[in-house]
Write a protein that binds this ligand. Structure first.
Ligand code: GLP
Length: 256
């Protein structure tokens, strides 16, 4: 089945809808296993989720969470680390028992073992029920950079210049940005039961077009999502701008 694409006016509208989708899944299964990304795109969604949690509209207390990736060598207390990001934006504000929070450790002494164990932990949790993804301007999902095989598992990856520049700034990226990261694999992502991908801004328009309109190929890792039967893609107008079908108008759809 083709990914379901929904185009919104802006990031705020997307956030409200994304939280509705999460709530919908939580209503079906309170101990939902969630895969959660980092990035600027998801900040408004996480604040909407915190708001919904505070207003007791959603209850995340029984969920199990897996983050998707981490820079090698960064400690959780370092502001650029993804563990810091998720704690700052979510888990200092939504209390989830620590045993249910899983962060892949970029400081592990044995990185291969860390990756293998992370895969095992996901399996032991019964797999990811709901995977939320952003997308890189080069089509990466989690940190699966272009060229990542579709059967890839959790592993070490070398980051591209464009990814480092996007996350650390052009100058800083050349000197100080981590060169490597750990990431869950594309196969790990595809095994999730339900996937929501979110993209906003014109910087993502080309990647979104390739994700949806080119045949699945490893140059655009997100195009692997075409092989999944339950993918919803939430876009703002700028990110949807290059889509062919959009010109015919993709209707805004309701939750069901
Ligand atoms: C990051 C993460 C991805 C994220 C992407 C987009 O580096 N590894 O999980 O989806 O890049 O980030 P942003 O939302 O800041 O554009």
């Amino acid at each position: 089945m083709k990914p379901k694409v929904i185009i919104f006016e802006d990031a705020q509208e997307i956030s409200k809808y994304a939280v509705e989708l999460i709530k919908n899944e939580l209503d079906k299964k309170s101990n939902l296993v969630l895969g959660l990304p980092t990035g600027k795109t998801v900040i408004p969604i996480y604040s909407e989720l915190v708001k919904a949690h505070e207003e007791k509209m959603v209850n995340l207390s029984k969920t199990k969470v897996f983050d998707l990736d981490e820079y090698i060598g960064l400690k959780p207390e370092q502001k650029e680390s993804f563990e810091y990001f998720l704690n700052k934006n979510l888990f200092t504000r939504i209390k989830i028992p620590e045993k249910n929070l899983n962060f892949i450790k970029g400081t592990a002494i044995n990185l291969t073992k860390e990756c293998e164990e992370y895969e095992q932990k996901i399996k032991k949790a019964g797999g990811i029920d709901l995977m939320i993804l952003g997308i890189g301007a080069n089509g990466h999902i989690a940190f699966n950079e272009p060229g990542s095989p579709f059967d890839s598992r959790t592993r070490e990856i070398i980051l591209t210049y464009s990814t480092k520049a996007a996350n650390f700034g052009k100058i800083y990226s050349l000197i100080k940005a981590p060169k490597r990261a750990l990431t869950i694999g594309i196969a790990t992502i595809i095994e999730s039961k339900k996937i929501i991908l979110i993209a906003t801004g014109k910087r993502k328009a080309k990647a979104v077009k390739e994700t949806l309109e080119s045949p699945p190929n490893t140059k655009c890792p997100a195009s692997a999502l075409q092989n999944h039967s339950d993918v919803t893609i939430l876009l703002d107008k700028a990110a949807a701008n290059l889509l062919k079908e959009k010109k015919d108008g993709i209707p805004k759809q309701n939750l069901n």
